[in-house]
Design a binder for this molecule. Structure first.
Ligand code: SF4
Ligand code: SF4
Length: 125
């Protein structure tokens, strides 16, 4: 099991999730952030704080989000960065690359939907 980041992050990528991840398994690409599926410890903190609701438990992914299970995984493989498992983000793992499916997307703007309200109770679940 892992959490994933989906299309709603593309061109938003404010980095808020990286501030709460206890194992620093969220890595920055050119247009979105990606969660390392083998490093994520499934705490759920990032999901509760994302302002555009881009993060999901992979088993709760809607059909439109399910493709991002593969997108997050392949970002770390030779197909994109070839990083493997860095065991936590550090300055050596910065790139402007994206998964090809993300790179091909048209520019996105923030949704006009109301932003998700982050409650303290969500953060301490
Ligand atoms: S908090 Fe959400 S929008 Fe911000 S970088 Fe993380 S996934 Fe992207
Ligand atoms: S679920 Fe927890 S460990 Fe996994 S990416 Fe989010 S904050 Fe990091």
């Amino acid at each position: 099991m892992t959490f994933i980041i989906s299309q709603a992050c593309v061109d938003i990528k404010d980095g808020a999730c990286t501030e709460v991840c206890p194992v620093e398994c969220i890595y920055e690409g050119g247009r979105m952030f990606y969660i390392h599926p083998d490093e994520c410890v499934n705490c759920g903190l990032c999901e509760s704080i994302c302002p555009v609701d881009a993060i999901r438990d992979e088993f709760d992914a809607e059909p439109a989000e399910a493709a991002y299970i593969v997108v997050n995984k392949e970002f770390f493989e030779d197909k994109v960065t070839g990083w493997g498992s860095p065991q936590g983000w550090n300055q050596n793992f910065i790139t402007d690359k994206d998964h090809p499916d993300v790179a091909a997307l048209p520019p996105q703007e923030a949704s006009s939907e109301p932003l998700k309200i982050v409650k303290l109770a969500d953060l301490v679940k």
